[in-house]
Design a protein around this ligand. Structure first.
Ligand SMILES: *[C@@H]1O[C@H](CO)[C@@H](O)[C@H](O)[C@H]1NC(C)=O
Ligand SMILES: *[C@@H]1O[C@H](CO)[C@@H](O)[C@H](O)[C@H]1NC(C)=O
Ligand SMILES: *[C@@H]1O[C@H](CO)[C@@H](O)[C@H](O)[C@H]1NC(C)=O
Ligand SMILES: *[C@@H]1O[C@H](CO)[C@@H](O)[C@H](O)[C@H]1NC(C)=O
Length: 191
């Protein structure tokens, strides 16, 4: 008896299929959620650094500096070793005088002598009619990059259990006293 070629390939297929070790479906083991954010938001926050003269207006201060520097003026060598605490207003537009929707509270420190780069850890503490709760951010901030991605590692209140990524952009800066960061938030886990 002669097999037709289509019957033959079917048998060959069944033969190979039955012999091959069954692999668990990758799709089931690591479900790939579509990489689309469940929530996107943009904010600005404004940092006015204490410079020895603006104690009333300052929203941030150097609280630790290397032994060769001081806490009034940023250290040389790309500010290496300076640790800054901040409580900055968050606004919906880039206007410093707009009504804040919350505060960005936390710290940044400069962590490389050769390059201008920092590490950020802070919370957005929302207190507006639209949002109550917090989002927590952490990550490296290579300041010379036009955009920098940092992790959103959790949240509370309206942002209970939220996770995602925030893209930071320096929207403006004035010498060593003022800078404004645009923060584009993409949450990939929402409850
Ligand atoms: C506070 O600092 C900001 C940013 O430098 C500036 O726009 C604002 O006019 C200052 N306000 C006062 C009262 O000095
Ligand atoms: C802090 O350091 C700067 C730069 O080295 C210096 O000009 C300034 O006088 C120092 N200020 C104090 C209060 O030590
Ligand atoms: C939040 O805003 C309300 C209304 O403006 C105010 O009474 C309250 O003190 C604020 N809470 C915080 C933690 O800033
Ligand atoms: C900084 O920019 C470089 C080149 O554009 C990119 O490869 C890198 O991922 C960026 N780093 C961060 C932390 O965003």
């Amino acid at each position: 008896m002669v097999f037709k070629s289509s019957t033959f390939s079917l048998l060959l297929f069944l033969f190979l299929f039955l012999l091959s070790p069954t692999k668990p479906s990758l799709a089931l083991k690591h479900p790939q959620k579509p990489r689309k954010p469940c929530k996107s938001m943009s904010f600005y926050f404004h940092d006015v650094l204490y410079n020895g003269k603006n104690a009333k207006n300052a929203t941030s201060a150097i609280v630790a500096a290397p032994a060769w520097a001081n806490t009034t003026i940023m250290a040389g060598q790309n500010h290496f070793g300076d640790l800054v605490i901040f409580d900055d207003p968050i606004t919906l537009t880039n206007d410093f005088h707009a009504t804040p929707v919350g505060r960005a509270q936390g710290l940044y420190f400069y962590d490389k002598k050769e390059v201008f780069t920092a590490w950020l850890g802070f919370s957005f503490v929302f207190n507006s009619s639209e949002h109550k709760g917090t989002l927590n951010f952490a990550g490296a901030d290579p300041l010379m990059n036009k955009t920098r991605d940092i992790s959103i590692i959790g949240g509370t209140g309206d942002f209970f259990m939220a996770r995602g990524v925030a893209t930071l952009m320096t929207d403006a800066f004035e010498g060593e006293v003022y800078f404004r960061l645009r923060t584009d938030i993409q949450l990939y886990e929402c409850w």
